[in-house]
Design a protein around this ligand. Structure first.
Ligand code: HEC
Length: 266
């Protein structure tokens, strides 16, 4: 209960010296210290509250939002996203779907719903981060099963595969440049091989994650956007088709992995 805020503070205070050593082993030890506790739990509680609170110009809660398993069904929904939604006629990941529900149900303007997806350093979690943390947490242990039935779901996978391998920019990098070999490292950080089932599975199943180095919950859209930045590509537009396609691609490769998000990340 009230030891949890304390835990979050401890996490922030001890993370710096640990990070300086920049060693995966240290992170493994760090995770072990937390056991089943993750500072993201605080943000999850905030997300649950937000989901149930009447908000927006129409003053309604998100509890009527259909995340793919029926209106208001949250348990297991994240493990089956991104997916095609008939009402939107589009493949949506969780964040795109939440933005859609904020507009259609709560009456927010489309630009308001996507205005500030990520918190700044030291700021509280944004609505998107809190909702994503809680909703992903409601899929813990559920095997990843991103659907590939609708033609648009198949098209999203194919686009994601192409984007993942598309080399461009000042360094002629693709995602695959950094993420298609096993046991590679960059600046001492392990680079997961996201084209092999093992890497894709653990990556997909552990986002959203609590980023120890930033003291914040980060979402899958953030993760992919930050890698696009590392790739020196133009900024990835939040909830764009490109972002959703990349997430679909990784999700399909991660099939069967039990969800373990929010994870605990560097
Ligand atoms: C310049 C190298 C580089 C490129 C290019 C790159 N990444 Fe990454 N990626 C990284 C590094 C380094 C990490 C680990 C970051 C960390 O621990 O903070 C990472 C982590 C990730 C993770 C999280 C893995 C996990 O297990 O938590 C995902 C998902 C990811 N990248 C996706 C992508 C996608 C999609 C692209 C292409 C749009 C991409 N990356 C391009 C370097 C790169």
């Amino acid at each position: 209960m009230n030891w949890k805020p304390a835990l979050a503070v401890v996490a922030m205070v001890i993370s710096l010296p640990l990070l300086a050593q920049n060693d995966d082993n240290i992170f493994a030890q760090y995770r072990a210290m937390f056991g089943d506790d993750n500072p993201a739990e605080l943000v999850e509680m905030q997300g649950e509250e937000l989901w149930k609170t009447a908000r927006g110009p129409r003053h309604v809660a998100l509890t009527a939002c259909d995340l793919g398993l029926g209106a208001g069904v949250v348990a297991g929904a994240y493990a089956r996203l991104p997916r095609y939604f008939q009402d939107a006629d589009r493949v949506q990941d969780l964040e795109a779907r939440l933005a859609y529900c904020m507009v259609k149900l709560q009456g927010f303007k489309p630009e308001e719903a996507v205005a500030k997806p990520y918190s700044e350093q030291g700021q509280p979690a944004t609505d998107m981060e809190a909702l994503a943390a809680w909703i992903a947490g409601q899929s813990r242990g559920v095997p990843v099963a991103v659907p590939q039935t609708h033609p648009k779901e198949k098209a999203a996978f194919e686009l994601g595969r192409q984007l993942f391998n598309y080399r461009a920019g000042p360094y002629d990098f693709s995602c695959a440049t950094c993420h298609s070999q096993s046991d590679r490292r960059i600046r001492l950080q392990a680079l997961p091989n996201l084209t092999a089932a093992k890497g894709a599975r653990s990556a997909f199943a552990t986002w959203p994650g609590y980023r120890i180095s930033q003291g914040a919950v980060r979402t899958m859209q953030w993760r992919v956007g930050d890698c696009v930045r590392q790739q020196r590509f133009p900024q990835l537009v939040f909830t764009s088709d490109a972002a959703i396609a990349l997430i679909t691609y990784m999700g399909v490769l991660a099939a069967g992995e039990p969800m373990a998000a929010p994870g605990l990340k560097r």
